[in-house]
Design a protein around this ligand. Structure first.
Ligand SMILES: Cc1cc2nc3c(=O)[nH]c(=O)nc-3n(C[C@H](O)[C@H](O)[C@H](O)COP(=O)(O)OP(=O)(O)OC[C@H]3O[C@@H](n4cnc5c(N)ncnc54)[C@H](O)[C@@H]3O)c2cc1C
Length: 411
């Protein structure tokens, strides 16, 4: 077992960190100012993207990238530590064309798009000329169980007709968002996991409207977590992805790497919170001692380091498993990290906020916003309980296999 990053990864880590320090961190105040005024695409973003692309720090997340596509074909294990560095600034991933939900959509298109779909949707995404969103969740049903999804995608001649309502659709209000990948029911009578399909819907299709940008914890992001209404939206049948009834199969292929990315960005945010906690505890005195000299605060620092390192090792293991054996073989570890890491993030950020006193709740530190991201991730991309349920099911299955002598000791 080798815990070192490879020389290639070390070199990329230095370059991404240097890029962040030189170009991204200085823009944080301007980003805050412009997005608070409702600007989802600050003017400096395109300049930063061009710089990152020139430096070869572009599309770092896609192992299957072809030689003629822009970017570097890194494995999940190679990209994970870079996502950690990017995560320290919540908007930084876009600069490297590595931000959700585009990354997941690029993965889907890379795996399943027809030549026509590639040309129209994947190429501009890979080049960072457009953005996109992914629309699964619905207000009227418990969407953590995707078999509940009701949006109808009905075939009529050479077209599909789509009717339904989606919400919390991230990125739908971004001015460059050009299409949604919509999940809905094409085959209501089929076996449960063959009823759903995914289809590409242009954002300017007649009948599609973005009706609301929903604030999350009283915070509105200009690119949005939006409510979408689809009323008799017609798209050519060629917009269907992969095959009719393949919605669940596509979703499975999409979710593994995306969860590695989310979790590694979270770990970067935890590291930042711990750094700030230590700095504050080293410079602030109360009741005759520096804060870190109070036993409980010393314990918070130690616990945070232990939890972050545990979490990182588990995420890297999940990435390694995906690279070696595929998304399916990594299902248990992927569910484990998604159940674990957001909780670590809220715990570490909560301690850091407490150590900062009232200032920790103010915008003078990023801590409140980092805590909020952790809290959001306990729901977004599936609530904790659903991931725990997956782990339990796989564990019970393994236990039975072990009792029957068909499986060795846990590893
Ligand atoms: C900021 C943000 C961004 C998002 N972005 C997107 C996006 O871009 N695209 C998209 O499609 N969706 C998006 N979502 C939606 C998100 O994926 C869903 O909210 C999530 O899957 C849960 O679905 P739900 O809200 O319908 O909750 P429900 O399915 O109604 O679940 C409610 C609660 O029930 C409990 N529960 C559910 N299943 C179980 C179980 N098996 N055991 C025990 N308890 C259980 C859990 O506590 C759960 O939180 C986003 C959400 C947020 C907050």
């Amino acid at each position: 077992m080798d815990f070192d990053y490879s020389p290639k990864v070390e070199e990329l880590r230095s370059r991404v960190a240097a890029f962040m320090d030189r170009y991204i961190v200085p823009q944080i105040p301007e980003w805050e100012r412009l997005t608070a005024a409702g600007d989802a695409h600050p003017s400096f973003m395109e300049d930063l993207k061009a710089l990152a692309r020139d430096e070869g720090l572009w599309n770092l997340f896609l192992p299957g990238l072809h030689a003629d596509e822009p970017g570097q074909a890194l494995t999940n294990l190679e990209y994970a530590p870079l996502a950690e560095i990017m995560g320290r600034v919540v908007w930084a991933s876009e600069v490297f064309n590595c931000s959700a939900p585009d990354t997941g959509n690029m993965e889907i298109l890379h795996l399943f798009a027809t030549p026509e779909q590639r040309e129209r949707w994947l190429v501009p995404l890979l080049e960072g000329r457009i953005r996109s969103c992914f629309a699964m969740t619905e207000p009227d049903v418990a969407s953590s169980d995707a078999t509940n999804i009701q949006t109808s995608i009905r075939r009529e001649g050479d077209e599909y007709v789509i009717n339904g309502r989606k919400w919390f659709i991230s990125g739908a209000a971004h001015p460059h968002c050009r299409f949604a990948i919509v999940m809905g029911v094409t085959d209501p009578e089929a076996e449960t996991h063959r009823r759903q399909s995914m289809i590409i819907v242009p954002m300017d299709a007649a009948g599609l409207s973005v009706t609301r940008n929903i604030p999350v914890m009283h915070h509105t992001t200009p690119e949005g977590h939006c409510e979408l209404v689809l009323r008799d939206v017609r798209v050519p049948a060629t917009h269907l992805l992969h095959a009719q009834g393949a919605g669940f199969a596509i979703a499975q292929a999409r979710l593994g790497p995306g969860r590695i990315h989310h979790c590694m960005r979270s770990i970067g945010q935890c590291e930042l919170a711990l750094e700030l906690m230590c700095e504050r505890a080293a410079e602030r005195q109360a009741f005759g001692r520096y804060l870190h000299q109070h036993a409980n605060i010393g314990d918070w620092i130690a616990r945070s380091r232990i939890e972050i390192d545990q979490a990182r090792l588990l995420v890297l293991k999940a990435a390694w498993l995906i690279d070696r054996h595929g998304v399916k073989a990594a299902a248990r570890e992927v569910a484990m990290i998604k159940a674990l890491v957001p909780g670590v993030q809220t715990a570490v950020c909560d301690r850091a906020i407490q150590v900062h006193g009232a200032m920790g709740l103010s915008p003078d530190t990023p801590l409140a916003s980092l805590w909020m991201w952790g809290r959001i991730l306990r729901l977004a991309d599936g609530p904790d309980e659903v991931h725990l349920r997956s782990v339990t099911r796989l564990e019970m299955k393994a236990s039975e296999e072990r009792r029957r002598g068909r499986l060795g000791p846990p590893r």
